[in-house]
Design a protein around this ligand. Sequence first.
Ligand SMILES: *Cc1c(COP(=O)(O)O)cnc(C)c1O
Length: 390
Amino acid sequence: MQQLQSGRHFLQIPGPTNVPDRILRSIERPTIDHRGPEFKGLCFEVLEGIKEIFQTREPVIIYPASGTGAWEAALVNTHSSGEKVLMYDTGHFASTWYKLAIKLGLDAQLLPGSWREGVKPDEIEQALSEDKDRNIKSVCVVHNDTATGITSDIPAIRKAIDKSGHNALLCVDTISSLGSIDYRHDDWGVDVTVGGSQKGLMLPPGLSFNAVSKIAIAASERANLPRSYWDWQDMLKANKEGVFPYTPSTNLLYGLREAIRMLLEEGLDQVFYRHGRLADAARASVKAWELELNAVNLREYSNSLTAVLLPKKHDADEFRKVVLENFNVSLGNGLGKLNGKLFRIGHLGDFNEPMLLGTLGAIEMGLELSKIPHRPDGLRAAMDSLVNKN
Ligand SMILES: *Cc1c(COP(=O)(O)O)cnc(C)c1O
């Protein structure tokens, strides 16, 4: 049996994130009739409120599902069997979405990436320009690849699509950036945005989202991939009446209502600023330790997580185990081909300076216990960064 560890567990993986008490209390209620009058009020409120978080006026569909469900929904609603999809390999999440597209019978192409840099818009532009017959139906990219700690420039990708004169849809996964890194569904001209509950939205896992443009809805009227549970049309029709086509995650919707209130009370600009400030401090620590960030381009550094490479011969999973067993702090593992090579610090969601310093302190002690070469100056550097940038 595992020994009891006192104090709070630090869940510093880049999602699921720590759920604030306010949200936990809002979920802890009797479940209500999801076709009754009380539910209608909740339903309309969250459907309106969530638009502000996606920075959109278009409908946002809420699924009782993990993020993967919303990935699938984005594809099956907009494509017909065998259609071409253009994707870009920014990390494990981009490549997993690609595999899902292949399983659905789509002709997906994954432009190769180094997993250390974001999407290169000129490569998207070139691929679209070469597609003379306009067979590519959509460009699907991950805004913030949670496996590699890299944020791609979505407006630049939109521009690249427009420059090529191509009419492909733009679909963006914002699961680990929504509510932590600035994201604008409307201003950035995105057709389908995929979101999830358990990262920047500070909720438990179990809800996911599709924000959908008019162009995407029009495409869904022609798309013939089989779909039932994920069908936007059924959902949009039911949502107009304040209901779902099936039983929604009623209690998680209470949580979502609270999460939206919290984000708007703090103000989205302040939320994004706070994430940037904490991320800067985390990166200052990594630099001071003389360890290597996985992301190589400054402008692509993720503000929701930091992926840190360990020197060769040191196993990142062994290191994470030391930190968990000694200090009750969970860090993210290396996914896919990065397994064992890096660890990830989640600094998104309900998070502040002392939580960050606690996390970084546990990491610094873990580096020492694991005999991983480093300079023991990380905490000082993080504190300096926080004090100097208010
Ligand atoms: C977490 C995550 C997913 C997967 O979401 P699940 O809820 O695990 O299905 C997809 N994309 C990104 C960028 C993520 O961070």
